[in-house]
Structure formats: structure tokens, C-alpha cells
Design a protein. Sequence first.
Length: 248
Amino acid sequence: MRGLSIGRVLTGILAFQICIGGLLVLGDMRENFRLPGFGPSAPRLSEPVRPGDQRRVFDPSRQRPPTEPARDPGTLPDRLALTETGAPGVWRLEGEIAEGDGGRVSELIDAADPAVEALVLQSPGGSVQDALALGRHLREAGIGTKMLRGEYCYSACPYLFAGGETRDVEEGASLGVHQHYFGENTILPAFVAVESIQRGQGEVMAYLEDMGIDPLVMKHALQTPSDEIYILLPEELERYNFVTPEEG
């Protein structure tokens, strides 16, 4: 009887572990693949935002401008690309922020001719650490950041945008934040790596403060799942100091 009892206990423990493992895998699949019945509750990104209703469905692999853009950007590259706009000193920086882009794009900016004075940004996000590194480089170089009507800057992109010495967001441009991973993704959800996440969030908050951005903007990021995006309203862009006052 004792041996049978121990066997049942071990079987129960194993079954419990399998159930927990299954729930973790389902949680990760929900974040990465959006299983039927597990989709986000937020409206689609194309629907207009208003105070208290600012979370929208977000899929960086199928991202499109939320409103009519000032120009046709075409398909954004898989990693940041630096191109001239034709205006003196103004360049475009578009695409996903890939691992290694912090150093790579910093070198491109330093070598640009004519010299980069301002960057027009459009990106669905990507590597947080590279966004922070590139943002610090922009600030050290005294380079401004801009956004145009109908274009977007999401996920890690707002941290890059925050690095601008001056920052301008045209009416109709869209800047948004949400939760994100720090480090490599695994089959386990991000909440398992609590220490890494907390350290990463601390680095982001310290960076925002260094850039003159109110770190309280992070409350919106922390409350918004990674498959949704929280769109900052014009008054919030001013409140958190994402836009700098015009001179004169």
C-alpha cells in the first residue's frame, strides 16, 4: 500500500507539472501566434483613438500606417535603413530595429554626407537595447528626431525617438508603447524571467529620465500586452515631453 501510495503521489506530481508546462506553452503561443479564441480585446489599429480608448491590436509583421500617410513609404525594411530626403541635413531612418543596429546605424550616421541634422523616423520597433544605444548616440551628436503625418513609431521606436535633441511629431503621426521582452525569447513566457525584465525596465526608465522624458509614460507600456499598442494622444506627447517646444 505504501509503495502504491508513493507511486500515485509521483504520478500526480508529474501530471501537475505537465499541466503547468502546457499552460506556459499556451501562454507563449498566445503572445506569438494569437490562437483562435485567445486574441486581444483591443480594436484594430485603423480605428481612431480617443481618451480612455487608446489600446489597439498590434502585429509588427503586418503593420500598416494607421491613417493616410504624407507619402507612400512602401515596404519597410527588416532592419533600419538610412536614406536621404532631399532636404538639407534631413535623413530618413526606417524599418525594424534589429539586434546590432545600435552600432551599425551609429556608424552610418557618422559617415553620412551631408551630415545628419535631423532624422525622420518610422519603425514598428524591435531591439530595445539597440534603440537605447542609438538614441544616446543621437543625443550626443545633437541630432533631432521627427515624425510625419500618417506614419508610426511603436514598441522600442519611441525610445529611439526620445534620443532626439529636438523632437517633433506632426498631427496625425502615431507613437505608441507596450510591454516587450528583454533578451532572447524562449518557449516560456517573459514573466518567467522576472529579474531580467525588471532590470530592463529600470534601464529604460533611467534612459528616459536622461533624455528628459517623464518615466511615468512607462505605466502605459507596462499595462499594455505585447500584442497590443497604446497610442499616445497629442496631449500625452506634450505631458511626457516627447515633443519639444518650438523656438521663438
